[in-house]
Design a protein around this ligand. Structure first.
Ligand code: FAD
Ligand code: N01
Length: 540
């Protein structure tokens, strides 16, 4: 039996960007709603990933909630692209401004959820033995919230300090004068490495796959600039909403989007190619209309990219080692500040693991097939079990004892509209596979999700329906549609292992998990489904 305080209209799991807005929205609709959050505070991504250099690569005025004009006007961003502490502070401000904390249970990890078909409700169990019951569950558990720690022999025996970027300590970490090793050169490594290089006595970067990274200036707002932007917020939001990647101003995604409008590389003369690198540097090397659609053009662009890197990195061997061999676009690119220049510093060494992998971590450092590196600190920036990781760590049992973890592991990470899974009625997942989350401004995408879910629950309650469940055929068709969008592109090239296709996690069922037709098209399709009375769902 559950007491009244544990019987609710809706339960949200997770108090990051998604869960906070979902709580506000469902409360506004009059639903008794709580958030269960395993951490001690709000913030999710921006609470955990507090490593040096962490920041967003979408402009602050776009990577922020658009649903509240008051919040838009009251919050003061100090930089074009905000650092982690500012985003964390922003989410705390939102939680206080909307009085959300009274309905958030912190230190509460959800371990199991079971659907009771007769009662048409979910029982949600937590690690401290509590049970909560509600007809609806919104899983706002994050697409990048479960770190993927490498399984390198000897990690536990290291006698120095081991640090993980995705759970960086809150207290100051002093790297001054230390011999630091960084494993991982994805988006996190690219942000971390230039900052650590300035502090460490010596930095050794252990690189398995070089990154594609787009250098761009990030700067504080000029006097009066933010006020001017705020005065035009309505237009900024309208443009953002209609942009395919949910960010009309500068972002890694909009830079990529812009590239598609350029002439093809395959018909460019050598002079034109060199001019592109001379005038546009790293970004110029990649800015060709055919790079995302033609693997040969992509490989040519990678070569040009290498030439652009070699113009910055003085040591030719290091420059060659920093040139990626996977297709551009199949992993998330990033905007960086001084990444390649960092490798010209006397205190930085690059170890190209393509020439000989890490064998083990020893008590005093890292042993690779190429030799030994004595270290005081090892920083792991090794990525995430993305998209499905958080939900497969909860024992989610739907209708007929179906396990979500088993289904996604054996069949693939299917979901209808990237929101709901057949066999799991009344469970809404914010940004499951088949949603635009991976390749867009996440905040634009999640606002759409939350509003669609809120409207859906409102519709069910207003029309006397107790349950909604995705139909298997609709789910299959949606996934076929989503994956067919990337089939003619290089985004899911077989040579590429990334969190986009699950290839970064050994044993994970491989499937491209993003929806790439853009947020406006995605919104149009979701609205079409709702307007027609939720086609593809069974309402009971
Ligand atoms: P999260 O912020 O991940 O929050 C999920 C919450 O759920 C967490 O607080 C977690 O503790 C909680 N939770 C999970 N499982 C349970 C459980 N079983 N029980 C209880 N609580 C649970 N996106 C962009 O668009 N632009 C960027 O520039 C960008 N930068 C990023 C930088 C980093 C380092 C990372 C890791 C991600 C970045 N992202 C970026 C993606 C980012 O994750 C999203 O933008 C957004 O912050 C996700 O919000 P969320 O609320 O959906 O998930
Ligand atoms: O993770 P990743 P991330 N030995 O998976 C390497 C968002 N984000 O945390 O590619 C050696 O990209 C691995 O090598 P390889 C963004 O969406 C955004 O950097 O598997 N190396 C790779 O180099 C991003 O995409 C911002 O060969 C090992 C790295 O670790 C997502 O988060 C900032 C290894 C992991 O790269 C994830 O980024 C930061 C091993 N055993 C993050 N295991 C923005 O500002 C793994 N690696 C937007």
């Amino acid at each position: 039996m559950t007491s009244d305080s544990t019987r609710l209209d809706a339960i949200i799991v997770g108090a990051g960007f998604s869960g906070l807005y979902a709580l506000h929205r469902l409360r506004e609709q009059g639903l008794r709603t709580i958030i269960l959050e395993k951490a001690e505070n709000v913030g999710g991504t921006w609470l955990f990933n507090r490593y040096p250099g962490a920041r967003c690569d979408i402009e602050s005025i776009e990577y922020s909630y658009s649903f509240s004009e008051e919040i838009e006007q009251e919050w003061v961003w100090t930089e074009t692209m905000p650092r982690q502490p500012e985003i964390e502070a922003y989410l705390n401000f939102v939680a206080d401004r909307l009085d959300l904390r009274r309905d958030i249970r912190f230190h509460t990890e959800v371990t199991a959820m079971t659907f009771d078909e007769a009662a048409s409700e979910w029982e949600v169990r937590t690690a401290d033995g509590k049970a909560f019951v509600a007809p609806f569950v919104v899983a706002a558990t994050g697409i990048l919230s479960v770190p993927k720690e490498p399984e390198i022999p000897g990690m536990g025996a290291f006698e120095g300090v081991s640090l993980f970027t995705s759970r960086w300590p809150k207290q100051h970490v002093d790297l001054t004068g230390k011999r630091v090793g960084v494993i991982g050169t994805g988006s996190t490594g690219v942000q971390l490495i230039p900052v650590v290089a300035q502090q460490a006595g010596h930095l050794t970067v252990f690189q398995r796959s070089p990154a594609y990274t787009l250098p761009w200036e990030v700067r504080p707002f000029d006097d009066g600039e933010l006020d001017e932007l705020k005065a035009n917020y309505a237009q900024i939001r309208a443009a953002q909403r209609e942009h395919a990647v949910g960010a009309a101003r500068l972002s890694a995604f909009s830079v990529m989007f812009e590239m598609m409008t350029k002439p093809p590389l395959k018909s460019a003369s050598r002079e034109e190619q060199l001019r592109a690198v001379e005038e546009g540097g790293i970004i110029g090397a990649l800015s060709w209309g055919d790079v995302f659609f033609d693997i040969e053009a992509n490989q040519m662009a990678a070569k040009l990219y290498g030439e652009a890197v070699a113009r910055i990195v003085k040591n030719p061997e290091t420059a060659a080692a920093l040139t990626p061999s996977h297709p551009f676009g199949c992993k998330r690119p990033i905007i960086d500040q001084g990444y390649y220049e960092t490798f010209n510093r006397d205190n930085v060494t690059l170890v190209d693991l393509r020439k000989g992998p890490i064998v083990e971590v020893t008590p005093t450092g890292i042993h690779t097939e190429q030799g030994d590196h004595e270290l005081d600190v090892i920083i792991y920036a090794t990525g995430f079990d993305a998209m499905t990781g958080a939900m497969t760590r909860i024992a989610v049992t739907g209708r007929d004892e179906l396990s979500l973890g088993d289904f996604w592991t054996t069949e693939g990470p299917y979901a209808y509209l990237g929101i709901a899974v057949a066999g799991f009625p009344n469970l809404f997942i914010i940004q499951a596979a088949g949603s635009p989350a991976p390749a867009s401004n996440f905040v634009t995408a999640l606002e759409q999700h939350v509003e669609w879910i809120g409207d859906c629950i409102g519709y069910l309650r207003a029309n006397g329906y107790r349950s909604i469940e995705a139909l298997p055929d609709a789910q299959r068709e949606w996934i076929e549609h989503a994956t067919s969008l990337v089939a003619p592109t290089v985004l899911d090239h077989p040579s590429c292992n990334s969190w986009y296709n699950g290839g970064n996690v050994p044993g994970k069922k491989r499937m491209y998990m993003g929806y790439t037709a853009g947020i406006p098209e995605y919104r149009r399709r979701c609205d079409e489904v709702a307007d027609a009375g939720y086609t593809g769902f069974k309402l009971a």
